[in-house]
Design a protein around this ligand. Structure first.
Ligand code: HEM
Length: 408
């Protein structure tokens, strides 16, 4: 653990004791300033439900765009000149605030309403069944690679209009998008990957311009061509965000939720015989092992107090959603998995202005993925000791590297 870090919240050891460490943080230091992943930069970590909620709702004070928290000189010192590749994929709604954010979100929000998303149900079901068809005779699979990843990437790919042959590359590019790059070598490698991602998107857009379809991408190109509403970097960044946010998160959900079910065999059996209960249980699975463990960092735009902590303009703040969702002050028996919990005001999809745009899609995919797995794979069980499971070292997510399972 790095000097000055009271809480180890980055290592594999932390991943094995996550909820124990978060419980201690909520108890002793619900808001604490300690060095981040680089061991140097001080960051406020917020772990109680009330403070996380208050912070995410106050999107004028806690902003995503550093330009709202620093003057030009500080900005230049901290960030220097952004690389062309980064600017092409970074100019998206999750990095914006206020009217800029609303403008970008409004352009795609119609494609993600619960009603529109429900129309995808038959196709998502078909994709889930096809994935199980490929493995059911084998009696075993590595669930992350063979089910949790291909399902959401296929769904978001078809929705946007991406040729299916390219989808495996997204795992590599997407990792560069979400994994913090600290050392100069890591930064260089990450930039190279982002450059490839941007080049891919450029070709994709060019191809769709020549041969438009009825998918989201063609609609967005049309908006860009219409002039002042979406420029090239906004279009590229929107696609990058939808591709990354549209699958990474759901891969984590399907992996973690499956593991939780394997550890709760009675619930697994109940859901197998009552698939109609899955939608409710999924909310509790999202709360219990929250896939996006930490919201993206915010900058403090003006000096403020958050539950007694004096924060200064320019400070960095991270809301720990995975801890807030286990807060005893908000949820009775927070450490227990109670599938019928009502109400269940978890913040697995965030809160406030940046509340997950894809929540209806994520819920539908999660429900179908888990129900199909339970219906088609009897006596499902873990194929390795639970202690051998590892989590990806990406702080944002709680995401299993692999999950070998078998059935009979
Ligand atoms: C289980 C799956 C998912 C989880 C747990 C999840 C979680 C989240 C969270 C916590 C945020 C807010 C981040 C913050 O405030 O820092 C967010 C934002 C977002 N999510 Fe999701 N997400 C999931 C699936 C999806 C899917 C399938 C899409 C597909 C389009 C999507 C698109 C987005 C977008 C575009 C934003 C940014 C919204 C904005 O800035 O206004 N997400 N998501």
């Amino acid at each position: 653990m790095v000097e000055g870090q009271k809480y180890d919240i980055y290592s594999q050891d932390f991943r094995k004791r996550t909820h124990e460490i978060f419980a201690r943080m909520r108890q002793e230091d619900p808001i604490i300033k300690q060095p981040g992943l680089d061991g140097v930069t001080p960051i406020w970590f917020v772990s109680s439900y009330q403070a996380v909620e208050q912070m995410l709702l106050d999107d004028k004070t806690f902003v995503r765009d550093p330009a709202l928290a620093f003057d030009a000189e500080q900005l230049a010192k901290w960030w220097g000149e952004p690389s062309p590749a980064t600017s092409l994929v970074d100019n998206h709604m999750l990095n914006k605030d206020g009217v800029d954010h609303r403008r970008l979100r409004t352009l795609v929000s119609k494609a993600f309403t619960p009603r529109v998303i429900q129309e995808l149900r038959p196709r998502i079901q078909q994709i889930a069944d096809e994935l199980v068809d490929r493995v059911d005779g084998a009696g075993q699979m590595e669930l992350v690679a063979e089910y949790a990843f291909p399902l959401p990437i296929t769904v978001i790919g078809e929705l946007i209009g991406i040729p299916s042959r390219d989808r495996d590359d997204f795992r590599i590019w997407s990792d560069a998008f979400v994994r913090p790059a600290i050392s100069p070598e890591e930064q260089q490698a990450s930039l190279a990957k982002l450059g490839e991602f941007a080049a891919y998107i450029r070709n994709l857009v060019a191809a769709k311009r020549r041969d438009p379809g009825d998918e989201l991408l063609s609609a967005l190109i049309h908006v860009e061509e219409a002039g002042d509403r979406l420029n090239e970097s906004e279009l590229f960044s929107m696609l990058a965000l939808l591709i990354v946010a549209g699958h990474e998160t759901t891969v984590s959900l399907i992996g973690s939720a499956t593991l939780t079910l394997l550890q709760h065999p009675d619930l697994m059996q109940e859901l197998r015989t009552h698939p109609d209960r899955m939608a409710g249980a999924l909310e509790e699975l999202l709360r219990y092992d929250t896939p996006v463990e930490r919201a993206l960092n915010r900058f403090v735009a003006a000096d403020t107090m958050l539950e007694g902590a004096a924060m200064k303009r320019g400070d960095l703040v991270i809301a720990i959603l995975g801890s807030a969702n286990r807060d005893e002050a908000k949820f009775t028996d927070a450490a227990r998995l109670l599938p019928e919990r009502k109400p269940n005001p978890h913040m697995a999809f965030g809160k406030g202005a940046h509340y997950c745009l894809g929540a209806p899609l994520a819920r539908l995919e999660g429900e179908i993925a888990l129900n199909t797995m339970l219906r088609r794979l009897p006596k499902l069980e873990l194929a390795v000791p639970v202690e051998s499971l590892a989590y990806r070292d990406v702080p944002l997510f709680r995401s299993l590297v692999s999950l070998p399972v078998r059935w009979s």
